[in-house]
Design a protein around this ligand. Structure first.
Ligand code: ADP
Ligand code: MG
Length: 147
């Protein structure tokens, strides 16, 4: 179990790789806003709750790190919200409560194996967030605060 941590910011444009290459959209946040916080955390896959000011609160699974598959040079935070929105929400305020950790960052031999692992992470997050110890954070006031 980890101590929950909280970060927020406007959803910005990434490299367009999430949905276009992987079939898994990841909402990018401006990492420079909280690079000090993120640097404290081990690279890897986390899960928690995501609040979108005008929409609601959703389960999410998030990669923190350098994305070794793509050879990134900046430590990023990329939550995949486990909900089908059917549209983009760039510019909206996204607030995250990160409550659990699934696995360390890993490299994958193929895009197929990476996608399969992320889908599995999503199923793990989906189930774990129903456990009372994680579900209780859905009601964190932090998630509903707006600018
Ligand atoms: P980018 O590289 O710009 O982040 P992605 O291909 O990763 O592009 O897609 C992410 C964008 O898709 C988000 O910024 C958001 O506007 C939109 N989006 C739609 N549904 C979701 C979702 N379930 N989770 C995350 N982002 C989503
Ligand atoms: Mg993305």
């Amino acid at each position: 179990p980890i101590e929950p941590w909280f970060i927020s910011g406007p959803v910005i444009k990434g490299f367009g790789r999430g949905s276009k290459v992987l079939g898994i959209p990841t909402a990018n946040l401006p990492a420079e806003n909280f690079s000090d916080v993120v640097s404290e955390y081990t690279s890897g896959v986390y899960f928690g709750w995501a609040g979108l000011s005008t929409r609601g609160t959703y389960k999410m699974v998030m990669s923190v790190g350098w994305n070794p598959y793509f050879d990134n040079t900046e430590k990023t935070v990329e939550p995949w919200l486990l909900h089908n929105f059917g549209e983009d929400f760039y510019g909206e305020e996204l607030r995250l409560a990160i409550v659990g950790y699934i696995r360390p960052e890993a490299n994958f031999p193929s895009l197929e194996s990476l996608i399969e692992r992320i889908q599995e992470d999503g199923r793990i997050a989906e189930k774990a967030l129903d456990l009372p110890m994680y579900a209780k954070y859905k009601d964190s006031p932090y998630l509903r605060n707006t600018l």
